[in-house]
Design a protein around this ligand. Sequence first.
Ligand code: PGA
Length: 248
Amino acid sequence: MPERKQLVAGNWKMNGARADGIALAREIAEWAKEPHACELLVCPPATLLVAVGEALGGEALTGGDVRLGGQDCHAAASGAFTGSISAEMLRDAGCSHVIVGHSERRHGCGESDADIRAKALAAWRAGLIAIVCVGETLVEREAQIALAVVAGQLAGSVPDGATADRLIIAYEPVWAIGTGLTPTKRDIAEMHKAIRGHIPAGTRILYGGSVNPKNAAGILALPEVDGALVGGASLKAEDFWAIARACT
Ligand code: PGA
């Protein structure tokens, strides 16, 4: 079974002008010179990918210490899709990873499991690692159907032929994203254990949703938690680094 080295990924979302992104990337690259037990990934807005890749030392694709990822991609390689970006374009911009199916795309942009599945396939076609996000809403958690909802999302959005070296799952309860709320450690552990039963052995499962320097160590120490997908706290290099340092 492949080793599941923890991964701390920063999802910058729609934040940052060029100067901000470059400054943040430089700070992270500086911190990353210190010893750390995890892999690091930053996912800036598409407009900043090339500049951030350069600020990270231009090694993102060649296995440099801080890798570069996109926040979404289109399923097609090219064509008449105004405003969209293909997985091939992300690869060309220096990315090694792409997030697909983030809840802000599922719920904010109406993306279905089938859409996300097609995007994951596109990621693989382009040679990228697909980070497939899943997670229940608060209504679903309260109705005690969270496990079933996530199982359904996995069945619908993880393509056949998945392997641990090109798939990462991010469990992000919708109600925990950007709210300061997190599930109990018991609920996180239960969900990660359940997810493990649906994916190839050795696939990493990240937790995402209000991870911060204070709660990171507790979450990252849970069994089956192979890292974190970090939104708000990834916009401050110091906080992002504190989370990375909490990895074991
Ligand atoms: P948050 O976002 O850390 O700000 O809750 C996580 C995410 O949306 O990936």
